[in-house]
Design a protein around this ligand. Structure first.
Ligand SMILES: CC(C)(COP(=O)(O)OP(=O)(O)OC[C@H]1O[C@@H](n2cnc3c(N)ncnc32)[C@H](O)[C@@H]1OP(=O)(O)O)[C@@H](O)C(=O)NCCC(=O)NCCS
Length: 192
């Protein structure tokens, strides 16, 4: 695994966040998406990322449509995954969150929830969005629970939206509003 000692663009209690970089792509970070146990509920089980598609993600970030971060554990200084605020819509001031934590030793640490807290804080405090959305396949229990723990509201169910292992699965649509975030005092960014 990749070690990092750099300062962080953003931090929560246990995690540091830095922009996804050329260096990550040179180090083939995308191969972490190839684990079939982890990618089952993401598009990566069908469209595995490679060097070229990952480089395109960097271009998209430069255009301001997406903000992509690596996730580093502060205790071990190990990169354990990536996350993003993507499909950012500056007319309606909304964006979608995606997360992928590939370290198998993090179970029970609440890190997926910390990732959500960082990205919602970034969305509201830093780039002035009004709404953040997370879409989870309904059988992805860890993703569902972490959304609820981070204070998201289940807004609806998209029926048979995602195909995996021979079945069409429902997708749950979670949202967090700016007013909800501030009324609950949810920000955890340690850089502030
Ligand atoms: C989704 C993901 C980010 C969640 O991260 P995480 O670190 O497990 O999340 P948290 O620990 O904050 O919360 C998960 C909760 O679900 C619980 N959980 C996990 N698997 C469970 C299961 N099979 N049954 C019941 N509860 C389960 C955990 O115990 C925890 O709850 P707790 O804090 O009350 O104990 C991570 O699993 C991941 O990256 N998965 C692969 C990619 C993916 O599916 N991304 C989401 C779609 S974009």
């Amino acid at each position: 695994m990749v070690k990092s000692n750099k300062a962080y663009f953003g931090r929560t209690e246990k995690l540091g966040f830095n922009p996804l970089s050329d260096e990550d792509i040179k180090l083939n970070y995308y191969e972490n998406f190839y684990d079939p146990n982890l990618n089952i509920y993401t598009k990566h089980s069908k469209i595995p990322p490679g060097k070229r598609s990952s480089t395109r993600l960097l271009d998209e970030s430069d255009d301001g449509n997406a903000f992509r971060f690596t996730v580093t554990r502060l205790d071990t200084k190990t990169k354990i995954g990536v996350c993003s605020l993507q499909d950012v819509d500056f007319l309606n001031r909304s964006g979608h969150i995606a997360r992928f934590l590939w370290d198998k030793n993090i179970s029970g640490m609440g890190l997926g929830t910390e990732v959500l807290r960082f990205l919602t804080g970034f969305a509201f405090d830093k780039i002035n969005l009004n709404k953040v959305i997370v879409r989870n396949v309904s059988t992805n229990i860890a993703a569902e629970k972490s959304c609820l723990k981070a204070g998201f509201t289940l807004e609806g169910k998209l029926r048979q939206e995602f195909y995996a292992n021979g079945k069409y699965l429902d997708v749950n649509y979670f949202g967090m509003l700016r007013e909800q975030f501030y009324s609950k005092g949810l920000t955890t960014d340690k850089n502030d």
